[in-house]
Write a protein that binds this ligand. Structure first.
Ligand code: KG4
Ligand code: ZN
Length: 381
C-alpha cells in the first residue's frame, strides 16, 4: 500500500487548524491557531467572532501546515474536513474552504465527524508508537467543551462504527469547568486554569454529590444491542451547587477583589491568579475538580463493565486534565483495563485527528459528494 498524505482542516469551534498526516499513522505537520485571546474578555466562545477569526486564519494556517510538511497542494492525496458537530458559522468556513480547494486542485474530499476525530487522535499516536493492535471491544470517552459522550467502537475491518452507550443529558464536562472558572474569576479557558489551581487546594474540603443516572429501556421494541444498558452524565447541577456555595459562604466580595486585581494586569499569568485566590477558593476549586473527575471515571468504568470492554480511550479537551488522567490510570489498572489518552497537544482541537480519522475512508474510497454541507448537530454512528 503506497503512502497517503492527507491534509486535515478543522474549524468547528474556536481553533483554526490544519495538519498533514501520513497513512493515518504519522503526524507530519500540525498547525493550531487558537482564538482564545479573542474570546477571553467574554469568558466563553462568541460564535460571530469565531467565524470571523476562522476567515482570517484559514488560508495562512493551511499554507503553514503544507509548508511544515514540505508538501504542495499537488503532493497531497486527499483533503479531510470537519463536517460537524460544532458552531454552524465556524464549520462553514473550514468546509467551504476545503470544498473549494479540493475542487481547484482536483483532490478527493472526505467529511469527518469531529468526535470521530477526537477518537482517532489516540489511534494516530498509538500507531505512531508502533501499537497497531487494540484489544476489542473498545470503549471511548469523548470529553470536551461541547461533548461528554461514551461510544462503543467497532473497527476491526473496513470503516469504523460507533454505538452511543451514554452521554450528558445537559452540560458537557468542559462546559462545567469553563462556567465555574468564569463564576470564580479564575481565567479563560477554565479547564486548564482549574487544573493548575486545584493542585493548591484540598479536594476533600467540599462534598459535591452526583446522582447516578442509569437508564434501561424497558420497552423491548426499542431495545438495541447498544442501548440495553446506558450510563448517562449530568453536569449542570454542580455548577449551581458551586454558585450556592459561593452565596452561602460570602465569597462574592473575594471574587470581585480578584476581578479588580487581575484587570489591573496586562496579561495575567497562572501565578497571578493563584496569588489572587484565598485558601477557601482553592479548596472549592480542588473539590469541584475532584468531584468532576470522580464522576467521569466512576461512570465510565461502570460502562466498561456493562459493555465488557477490553480497552478504554479517553479523549477531548478535558482529557488533558492531570487529575483525570491519574485517576483513570490508577483505577483502570486495578481492573486490568488498558487505558489510552492522546498527548496533551492532541487532546484539544486539532486537524491531525481529522486527517487520521479520514484515512480508513480514504482506503475505502468513501469520498464526499460536491454538495457536502456542514451539520452543526452531526451524530456519530
Ligand atoms: O476538545 P476541545 O478543544 O474543544 C471541544 O471540542 O469542545 O475542548 C475544550 C474544552 C474546554 O472546555 C476546556 O476548558 C477543556 O476542554 N480543557 C480542560 C483542560 N484543558 C482543556 N478541562 C480540564 N482540564 C484541563 N487541563
Ligand atoms: Zn473538540
Amino acid at each position: 500500500m503506497p503512502d497517503a498524505y492527507i491534509l486535515g482542516i478543522e474549524s468547528s469551534c474556536d481553533e483554526t487548524a490544519a495538519a498533514v498526516v501520513r497513512s493515518g499513522e504519522q503526524l507530519v505537520s500540525n498547525v493550531v491557531y487558537s482564538q482564545f485571546v479573542t474570546h477571553r474578555p467574554y469568558g466563553g466562545v462568541v460564535p460571530e467572532l469565531a467565524s470571523r477569526e476562522h476567515l482570517r486564519a484559514i488560508v495562512p494556517v493551511v499554507r503553514q501546515a503544507l509548508d511544515d510538511a514540505g508538501r504542495s497542494y499537488q503532493t497531497i492525496d486527499a483533503i479531510a474536513v470537519t463536517q460537524g458537530p460544532g458552531l454552524a458559522g465556524s464549520l462553514l468556513v473550514g468546509l467551504s474552504y476545503a470544498k473549494a480547494l479540493a475542487y481547484a486542485v482536483e483532490k478527493p474530499l472526505i467529511g469527518v465527524n469531529h468526535l470521530e476525530g477526537h477518537i482517532h487522535a489516540v489511534l494516530l499516536e498509538e500507531r505512531q508508537k508502533g501499537n497497531h493492535e487494540l484489544e476489542f471491544p473498545v470503549l471511548a470517552l469523548v470529553v470536551s467543551g461541547g461533548h461528554t459522550h461514551l461510544f462503543l467502537v467497532e473497527g476491526k475491518s473496513g470503516a469504523w462504527r460507533y454505538h452511543d452507550v451514554g452521554h450528558t443529558r445537559d452540560d458537557a464536562a468542559g462546559e462545567a469547568f469553563d462556567k465555574v472558572a468564569k463564576l470564580l474569576e479564575l481565567g479563560y479557558p477554565g479547564g486548564p486554569a482549574i487544573d493548575f489551581l486545584a493542585r493548591h487546594g484540598n479536594p476533600q474540603a467540599v462534598k459535591f454529590p452526583f446522582a447516578q443516572i442509569k437508564h434501561h429501556d424497558r420497552n423491548p421494541q426499542n431495545r438495541h444491542a447498544d442501548d440495553e444498558s446506558r450510563v448517562d452524565f449530568s453536569y449542570s447541577g454542580i455548577k449551581t451547587a458551586v454558585l450556592r456555595y459561593v452565596e452561602t459562604h460570602d465569597m462574592r466580595e473575594d471574587i470581585n477583589r480578584r476581578r479588580q486585581a487581575l484587570a489591573a494586569l496586562a496579561s495575567p499569568a497562572r501565578e497571578d491568579y493563584l496569588a489572587a485566590c484565598d485558601q477557601a477558593t482553592l479548596d472549592l476549586v480542588a473539590s469541584f475538580q475532584h468531584a468532576m473527575v470522580n464522576d467521569l471515571v466512576s461512570k465510565t468504568l461502570l460502562a466498561v463493565r456493562e459493555q465488557d470492554a477490553a480497552t478504554l480511550l479517553v479523549t477531548g479537551g478535558v482529557a488533558a486534565n492531570s487529575e483525570l488522567r491519574a485517576s483513570f490510570e490508577q483505577r483502570a489498572s486495578k481492573e486490568g483495563l488498558g487505558v489510552y489518552f492522546p498527548s496533551l497537544k492532541l487532546s484539544t482541537d486539532n486537524a491531525a485527528m481529522i486527517a487520521a480519522a479520514a484515512y480508513p475512508r480514504f482506503l475505502a474510497g468513501e469520498f464526499a459528494a460536491p454538495e457536502l454541507s456542514a451539520d452543526a448537530a452531526l451524530r456519530l454512528r
